[in-house]
Write a protein that binds this ligand. Structure first.
Ligand code: UTP
Length: 289
């Protein structure tokens, strides 16, 4: 079955980025000139996704406004003859069919995914975390959908992380299938270094079969009282296979201050409008670092 739907959980509190995220959704933090969540929606569209559900919460209305029409602004740009900017503005609202549902309380990623049950129905679907962006030649989501089409089971996007960082991620126990594909034997959420079965971390992209919803409904709150997606995936693994795809590309956690700065600098160095002047500027800094 073709994967046509994606969900983007974006209802978290973003406590790692306070005070910026006190009233501003972290998913709206801009990387050069685009909010992180727009970069994610563009990735979904480039992977052939037609319908996107964003899981929002209180204080996140700005996300909806961003993907809506802006008649007053468009009228001004038209009047001023700024055709290029008008196109940029209109393209954002025409990117995809974007839908919304509210997670009434931020009870964890698993709970956020469960809010998409009605939207998803009985089809495989993509999950893209609202603060994880991936810069790659082939869209990361496309790489995962290709793996789904090959193996016809849930696929988690992984990359090896530094061993000192394994306690920050969902970690998979794996054996090699071929190339970048690994068969998942087990999953553990934020293990201590000595308990980590590998250093392959699940990094913000999944293709899931709809059976995950039954598992989520039966998953008890774990760490911090949150319903963990990793726990439900462990339940799914008892019934179905799961493949981990070691995706190509650079992943940035823009919900983390350092991750955000890295994304800004590296994507600034690739931005067609500012890259040359930005590189020259960074060189002047290099002398004083
Ligand atoms: P994070 O764990 O990075 O989000 O979740 P957080 O809880 O907002 O972050 P900190 O640790 O407090 O800074 C990854 C993604 O899942 C969403 C977040 O919005 C983020 O995009 N999420 C998380 C939800 O939608 N609902 C939740 O209950 C938790």
């Amino acid at each position: 079955m073709k994967v046509k739907k994606a969900i983007i959980p974006a209802a978290g509190y973003g406590t790692r980025f306070l005070p910026a995220t006190k009233s501003m959704p972290k998913e709206m933090l801009t990387i050069v000139d685009k909010p992180a969540i727009q970069i994610i929606v563009e990735e979904a569209v480039a992977a052939g996704i037609e319908d996107i559900l964003i899981i929002t919460g209180r204080g996140k209305d700005m996300i909806q406004d961003h993907f809506d029409n802006t008649p007053e602004l468009e009228a001004v740009l038209e009047k001023q003859g700024k055709a290029e900017l008008l196109k940029i503005v209109q393209d954002v609202s025409n990117l995809a069919n974007v839908h919304y549902v509210r997670q009434k309380e931020a009870l964890g990623l698993g709970h956020a995914v469960l809010c998409a049950k009605t939207f998803v129905g009985n089809e495989p679907f993509v999950v893209m975390l609202g603060d994880d962006i991936v810069d790659s030649d082939i869209p990361c989501t496309k790489q995962l959908i290709d793996a789904f089409e090959t193996y016809q089971c849930s696929v988690v996007g992984v990359q090896p992380v530094d061993w000192s960082q394994v306690d920050k991620y969902g970690i998979v126990d794996v054996e090699e299938i071929k190339d970048r594909d690994l068969r998942v034997r087990g999953l553990v959420e934020k293990p201590a270094l000595e308990e980590a079965p590998s250093n392959y971390a699940i990094l913000g992209r999944y293709v899931l079969t709809p059976e995950i919803f039954d598992k989520l409904q039966n998953t008890k709150p774990g760490k911090n009282g949150e319903i963990q997606l990793t726990d439900a995936l462990r339940g799914l693994l008892e019934d179905q296979g799961i493949v981990a795809h070691n995706f190509e590309g650079t992943r940035y956690d823009t919900g983390d201050k350092l991750g955000y700065l890295k994304a800004t600098v590296e994507m600034g160095l690739r931005h067609s409008e500012v890259k040359d002047r930005f590189r020259d500027y960074l060189k002047t800094l290099g002398e004083s670092l």
